[in-house]
Design a protein around this ligand. Structure first.
Ligand code: PEP
Ligand code: MG
Length: 574
């Protein structure tokens, strides 16, 4: 039976494919067919992994250190019991044989089944034991990865699959860069959550905040994602399917057409030059930046290098990553934001730090609290600055003393490189993100102490309107057209321009074509966004005449009601 589910569209576009239900443990698990002659080997691979995990858990239980909490032994016994339950230890062998599939996939199928059983239990304590099931499975998956002989995996028909999950962390999402799925749907998440941001950077249609999608769709079911309107159509009939295939074709045609303006200089009709930069998460994203024709990297979210791993990357590893981007951009500016870890991007993703992580020890606060980690990154960035035009960007500043401390740390990193005679760009520019209202309202000190500013509208909106950007239950209140938000943005652009300090916008607002003219009207000349949005924004710039934007932009800024601002915006864009 056909039905629709609604959420928030991410990445635009339309995807048509078969549902692939996942839990985060499955992210690293490919699904592939095993040749009949290798089936028994695959079963053996599974059995060895289970044996290894059993031995590991028994060893841990034997060696519980003195003084360890009494529950530790019981906890390990519970994990051993879960491991030896036939659902996890026997059923996957049957699945491998009957479905001729790989061991990891078979195990995760069984995990999903068990987790669903736990979900039905009324007792909250017992229900939560599903986390132990997931942990045991993760241990077994890891044991399989460590076995030699792995690597024959060829993901099956990924391009026709639509991943549906209850929740995906930004760390989960970044792993999808290695895959080629057709689209994503998650039950949780707001449009500017980092999960959504990474989904957008994958340039495939997605829906976040689809509430109970994970429960309501079945593996293998045909679905359509309308990423423009945030609609998931389950089991569409022939007529609807045909219509969406046609819409998909039109969107693709439009994308192809846009490529024609890739090399066109970005100027308004009346000749004002505008810089369009790109946002990246990982060094390999730089290829997409080059393809988009961006004139620089306006935001390298360096913290993504730190996710999905046990050890923090060392100075040399970071240096190589930053140098790669700097060199690939051939002298165009590369703005590396120093670590914005914390909140939804915790290094240890299971430990969201503090009672209110978005307001806790995040970004610059964390870096100043962990000077060793910060120094390592600063040295790596400075070393890479010798190989291109790198700029340093400090996130989440609110206090003058944070700027002073960060600048002192940069000075220290420079000094240590000088002492070692390691070359770096002595004139490297240091900028600050304006993403806390306190910063936008005390710009004097920012303008005096920093070389450039970049408005992080995602957080600026979150903190101005007191809306957790990851929480879909309040995402309807997340409104870039709220007068308070517009005032802070316009004020920052104006103050920067008066003080001769360049101002960019690098939050999601910069890549929203419906806001391009408004931001131009506010005086913005530097935008940084996902490479996938760049040409559409460029087209909007090419069609605009600054002289025609002033009056309406000012009326929108002074509209005291977002609905009125929306109506005026439509007029501005007409
Ligand atoms: C922002 O807050 O707008 C921003 C660009 O930073 P991030 O989305 O990574 O928090
Ligand atoms: Mg931010």
């Amino acid at each position: 039976m056909s039905f629709t589910l609604h959420g928030a569209g991410v990445g635009g576009g339309i995807a048509i494919g078969r549902v692939h239900l996942i839990s985060s443990a499955r992210l690293e698990v490919a699904h592939y067919a095993v040749a009949p002659e290798h089936i028994e080997l695959e079963v053996m691979r599974f059995s060895t992994a289970v044996d290894n995990v059993r031995a590991e858990l028994q060893g841990l239980r034997r060696n519980v250190p003195e003084g360890a909490p009494a529950e530790l032994g019981a906890f390990l016994s519970l994990h051993l019991m879960i491991l030896d339950d036939a659902t996890l230890s026997q059923a996957p062998r049957d699945l491998i044989r009957s479905l001729r599939c790989n061991a990891e996939w078979a195990l995760v199928q069984q995990m999903d089944y068990l987790v669903a059983q736990f979900d039905k239990i009324e007792d909250p304590y017992l229900r939560e034991r599903k986390a132990d099931v997931v942990q045991v499975v993760e241990r077994a998956l890891k044991a399989m990865q460590e076995q030699p002989g792995r690597g024959s995996a060829t993901p099956a028909h990924e391009a026709s699959l639509i991943v549906v999950a209850h929740d995906l962390s930004p760390a989960d999402m970044i792993l999808f860069k290695q895959h080629q799925y057709a689209g994503f749907v998650t039950d949780l998440g707001g449009v500017t959550s980092h999960t959504a941001i990474v989904a957008r950077s994958l340039n495939i249609p997605a829906i976040v905040g689809a509430h109970s999608a994970r429960q309501m769709v079945n593996e293998g079911e045909l679905v359509i994602i309308d990423g423009v309107h945030g609609v998931l159509i389950v089991d569409p009939d022939e007529r609807v399917l045909k219509e969406y295939v046609e819409r998909q074709r039109q969107i693709e045609l439009g994308r192809q057409k846009l490529k024609r303006i890739r090399a066109t200089p970005t100027t308004t009709r009346d000749g004002a030059a505008v810089d369009l930069h790109a946002n990246i998460e990982l060094p390999q994203d730089v290829e997409k930046v080059r393809e988009s024709g961006a004139s620089g990297v306006g935001l390298f979210r360096s913290e993504f290098l730190f996710l999905n791993r046990k050890e923090l990357p060392g100075e040399d590893e970071q240096f190589e990553a930053y140098r790669h981007v700097a060199q690939a951009m051939h002298g165009m500016p590369v703005t590396i934001r120093t670590l914005d870890l914390g909140a939804d991007k915790a290094v240890n993703s299971s430990a969201r730090s503090g009672p209110n992580p978005a307001m806790g020890l995040r970004a610059i606060r964390l870096c100043l609290a962990e000077p060793q980690m910060f120094q390592t990154q600063l040295r790596a960035i400075l070393r890479a600055s010798h190989y291109g035009k790198i700029r340093l960007l400090l996130p989440m500043l609110a206090h003058a003393h944070e700027i002073d401390q960060a600048l002192a740390m940069i000075g220290r990193a420079k000094q240590s490189l000088d002492e070692q005679k390691v070359p770096y760009d002595q004139g490297i520019e240091v900028g600050g993100m304006i993403e806390v209202p306190a910063a936008a309202l005390s710009l004097g000190v920012f303008v005096r102490k920093l070389d450039f500013l970049s408005i992080g509208t995602n957080d600026l909106i979150q903190y101005t309107l007191a809306i957790d950007r990851t929480d879909d239950s309040v995402s309807h209140l997340y409104n870039p057209l709220h007068p308070a938000v517009l005032h802070l943005i316009a004020h920052t652009i104006k103050t920067g321009s008066r003080g001769n300090v360049p101002v960019a916008v690098c939050g999601e607002m910069a890549g929203d074509v419906t806001l391009t003219r408004l931001l131009l009207g506010f005086g913005l000349r530097q935008f940084s966004m996902h490479p996938a949005n760049l040409l559409a924004v460029k087209q909007q710039v090419l069609k605009s005449d600054l002289g025609e934007l002033d009056k309406l932009s000012s009326r929108i800024l002074h509209a005291d009601d977002p609905e009125k601002a929306k109506r005026l915006l439509e007029k501005l864009n007409a």
